[in-house]
Design a protein around this ligand. Sequence first.
Ligand SMILES: Nc1ncnc2c1ncn2[C@@H]1O[C@H](COP(=O)(O)OP(=O)(O)OP(=O)(O)O)[C@@H](O)[C@H]1O
Ligand SMILES: [Mg+2]
Length: 501
Amino acid sequence: MTGHEILLEMQAITKDFPGIRALNEVSFTLEQGQVHGLLGSNGAGKSTLIKVLGGFFSDYSGRILLEGAEADIRTPRQAADAGIAVIHQEFSLHPHLTVAENILLGREPLKKRAGMSFIDWDQLYIQAEDFLRGIGFELPIREKVEKLGVARQQLVQIAKALVQDTRILVMDEPTARLSSHEREDLFAVIQKLKQSGVGIIYISHFLEEVFMIADQITVLRDGEVVTSTSASELDHRSVVNLMVGREVAQTPVDVPEHGGVPILEVQNLTSPKEFQDVSFTLFKGEILGIAGLVGAGRTELARALFGASNGTLEGKIRIDGRDYTPTSPRAAIARGLALLPEDRKDQGLILQHSVADNITLTVLERLVNGPFIDSAARKERVQDLTTMVEVKAASPQVQVNTLSGGNQQKTVLGKWLAVQPEILILDQPTAGIDVGTKAEIYKLMEELVRAGVSLIVISDEPEELARVCQRVLIMRKGRIVNELHKPITSEEVLAGVTAEY
Ligand SMILES: Nc1ncnc2c1ncn2[C@@H]1O[C@H](COP(=O)(O)OP(=O)(O)OP(=O)(O)O)[C@@H](O)[C@H]1O
Ligand SMILES: [Mg+2]
């Protein structure tokens, strides 16, 4: 491929939402065979820019040129016809359909019988299987998508975009839910696409990853381009400064030694299909990490402790020395245990409701449980929390589904902090969160621990666990196989997670 031919030019794109200018005269160029990293803090306008390109809005100003010719892109159909495929931050799969059906939706192979066309199901599964083998993805093609974990749903999403005749591929945080193994598969696919001349716009908050694959980097801040240059001109630090507009500290979380008083004791906990014989103790004022590959059983363990598991549990749990049976999330909350779930869309938020409603949801739950609650003080607390997690929204009354991805995540965090739990389990707390806000969330964890809360942090990012935790448990195939103690390095965590036993 020759390269350097300009595939796409977006010129002076401006897009307003009620009360906010999401993009202000943004210009963006993509070349053939180029991976163009699009970076910026939560709410900077990344998703909005690529939604303009994907034909999701008709009411923007500015021009879009495809290979030099002006293109009027105002509907998803027009974008698709122009060879633009967008993988959105939020999933757009059909949960009740199978993997193969989702991938080939709208392009199902047909067969004729008695002059009529029917979907050729045998052929559909053969085509899907061939296609997936070609791009090196392993997916159960006959499984319903709702049965898959988020990581594999993401792969379906990517496969679905690639099955079209794509010239411009846009990926909005494609790896936020992928294991390191699946990430590598994706990068291999990206290399192949690059060689065949496809232009790729790549949005991610994992800066290391962007530096690994991007040729060009554009940074947005508050809806404007602050820089657009060759990736070799930039490094991690300069990008962070451009994104945030200030220096961001990378210091480890600093909490006092815990006093060795157990708050949560788990003994031989087993959920037959999910995890086996799990035993550990969480101490008061401790931050305990759980590392492992996708599928190691971490999320299942967290959900089981929170009373949100369907499986039958064997084993013993004590909270504060008293026996505890996790029968329901309500019962868990009543015993001072809260869970920030991995999948905010399914379990975390009511998207049609306001930020304020979502944050107070768990508090209302508590009001029902206990009569002696000072509601005025609590309301104030909620206000503090919104400020603390720094949700960027026009007002607390706006619907959650109008927030940027990272700000939705902050709202879920605020919601669970409002419960004022004694034990807070955080499953991938900073997925989709920008580097600046990450530092603030770590600071928030520190404050929580100093205020007497004990934390369990599940994370796919070794750096995060190393930076935040005093102890890290390593889970593999449903079992705890190792335990690391402070000082912990990200290399140790990574080695533990990927080691063969
Ligand atoms: N449908 C909408 N209605 C109202 N405001 C919106 C809508 N979509 C986005 N916004 C606002 O536009 C701004 C830019 O949001 P956008 O989703 O583009 O950010 P982003 O850079 O993708 O952030 P993140 O990294 O958190 O995903 C935000 O202030 C957001 O609240
Ligand atoms: Mg976004």
